[in-house]
Design a protein around this ligand. Structure first.
Ligand SMILES: [Zn+2]
Length: 75
């Protein structure tokens, strides 16, 4: 059962959260995890999601639950 979260006032699934971080379609997404990070822009809570934008790539994405801030672990 996917653990949905509220991000910027909207309920997101792991898949839709990954698409928000990627700003594009993704193939697969794992469950949404809480982190102990704070958003550098607004101080809000940051959640993470691991996802595969393509068959050859695995990315961990981070997204603020309150504002547009997002980040990935891509080099
Ligand atoms: Zn924020």
């Amino acid at each position: 059962m996917p653990a949905n979260r509220v991000v910027q006032g909207r309920m997101v699934t792991p898949h839709s959260l990954a698409e928000l971080v990627e700003d594009d379609d993704v193939m697969e997404a794992e469950s949404i995890e809480d982190t102990d990070r704070e958003c550098p822009d607004c101080g809000g809570d940051v959640v993470s999601v691991g996802y595969m934008p393509s068959v050859t790539e695995y990315v961990t994405g981070y997204k603020c639950q309150e504002c547009d801030w997002r980040e990935t672990d891509r080099e």
